[in-house]
Design a protein around this ligand. Structure first.
Ligand SMILES: [Mg+2]
Length: 276
């Protein structure tokens, strides 16, 4: 995994197998471990229809192994709405879910979400009209409904339309609905009338689980909010070549699956050693 990749002019250095092993060895010995993972682009390769996304089988296998381990909790933290996230995750009920970038949660006792005011609801309706108007102007563009926002997708448009839609969406929201939270992803721009971040989700799940340490992996700009709240006992992994504050970096979903195998092996050994 110590290949080099060129991203523009910057040479990105992926973490070596030895660096990964050393960081995981130090992590897995804590009493209670939370394994928190982004889904799209981290566990699952990007696909055209978001509902078709699935974790790579080799990643899924490691998730299922880790779900059986004592004092080890697993969470998926995603920009997806909860129902969409649960649909694609194919994981049993004791997995924790943080959806809509930390706005909604599915924990052991059920669902919860940050409450919306009348003002939020009115803004959401206005945003909905604006986004659908933009999407109608380009073949392949579509609007994803989020509980407190709308995401304009242009993965299936022409590159020219994608560039135009992106610019128009940002300009029109800035002019007509200033103050919304804006998030830029791969082939998507998302606006929220009421928002949280993946950092909020990490903080909330750390408290909820009583985690002594957290493993987190993600591939997009919004994952940096989660990486930013990690402490020195935690371990963050960034997937891909973009700038990151994460301690480790790997190339893609296959490489994350390999890291999850090292994590599952290490945690299984640590948990059984503590029992004896
Ligand atoms: Mg992602």
């Amino acid at each position: 995994m110590d290949r080099r990749a060129k991203a523009g002019q910057v040479v990105v250095q992926y973490s070596s197998d030895a660096e990964i092993a050393a960081a995981i060895d130090a992590l897995v010995v804590v009493p209670t471990l939370l394994i928190a993972l982004d889904f799209d682009g981290t566990l699952a390769p990007e696909v055209d229809n978001p509902l078709d996304a699935r974790a790579l089988p080799e990643a899924q296998e490691q998730l299922m192994r880790m779900l059986e381990l004592a004092d080890t909790r697993m969470a998926l933290i995603s920009g997806r709405a909860l129902d969409s996230l649960e649909h694609v995750a194919h994981l049993p009920g004791h997995v924790l879910f943080g959806g809509s970038h930390g706005l909604e949660y599915r924990l052991d006792e059920g669902d919860s979400a940050l409450p919306m005011s009348e003002g939020h609801t009115a803004a959401l309706m206005k945003l909905d009209v604006l986004m659908h108007e933009l999407a109608a102007s380009a073949e392949g563009a579509w609007v994803e409904l989020k509980p407190a926002g709308r995401a304009l997708h242009f993965r299936m448009t022409t590159p020219e339309d994608a560039e135009r839609l992106h610019a128009e969406a940002v300009a029109r929201v800035a002019a007509e609905m200033p103050g919304l939270t804006t998030r830029f992803g791969k082939n998507v721009v998302e606006f929220a009338v009421h928002s949280a971040t993946k950092g909020d989700a990490i903080d909330r799940l750390r408290d909820y689980v009583g985690a002594d340490a957290i493993f987190f992996a993600g591939d997009d700009t919004t994952d940096e909010d989660a990486i930013a709240v990690l402490g020195e006992n935690d371990l963050g992994v960034r997937v891909g070549d973009a700038p990151s504050a994460a301690r480790l970096r790997v190339a893609g979903t296959r490489e994350i699956a390999a890291v999850l195998k090292v994590l599952a092996d290490g945690r299984a050994t640590a948990v059984s050693a503590r029992k004896n």
